[in-house]
Design a protein. Structure first.
Length: 119
């Protein structure tokens, strides 16, 4: 089932005790909130488009099929920076969440910046 958000949507592909896998689709020009988690780390793999990844104070550009690890507690964000020259301008990435205590819900999100005024 698709869960729509202001920046696009995500679909949960696997929801297990200590791991959750999501397909995340970010619309042209949109970005996720700058956030951190106390109970989980994440691995992001870009499969379509280009995403700029922010981890703490550094920005890196990921091209398709590259991976970036998001350590537990790090501030992080993904921004769709796919070129206007590409026909399908959505960014698609796979997010694998890892948690020793199985906490994956919204209560584990600490937002520092959000373009959509969510807390």
């Amino acid at each position: 089932m698709k869960e729509h958000r202001p920046w696009g949507y995500y679909e949960v592909l696997l929801d297990d005790t200590n791991v959750k896998v999501k397909k995340i689709v970010v619309n042209k020009g949109c970005r996720l909130s700058l956030q951190s988690h106390k109970h989980r780390s994440e691995t992001w793999t870009v499969v379509q488009g280009m995403g700029k990844v922010t981890i703490d104070d550094s920005d890196n550009v990921l091209l398709h099929k590259n991976t970036s690890y998001i350590p537990q507690g790090s501030k992080h964000r993904m921004t769709n920076v796919t070129s206007n020259m590409i026909e399908d301008q959505t960014l698609i990435f796979i997010e694998v969440q890892h948690s020793d205590d199985g906490i994956f819900d919204e209560s584990d999100i600490v937002r520092y910046e959000d373009d959509y005024d969510r807390v």
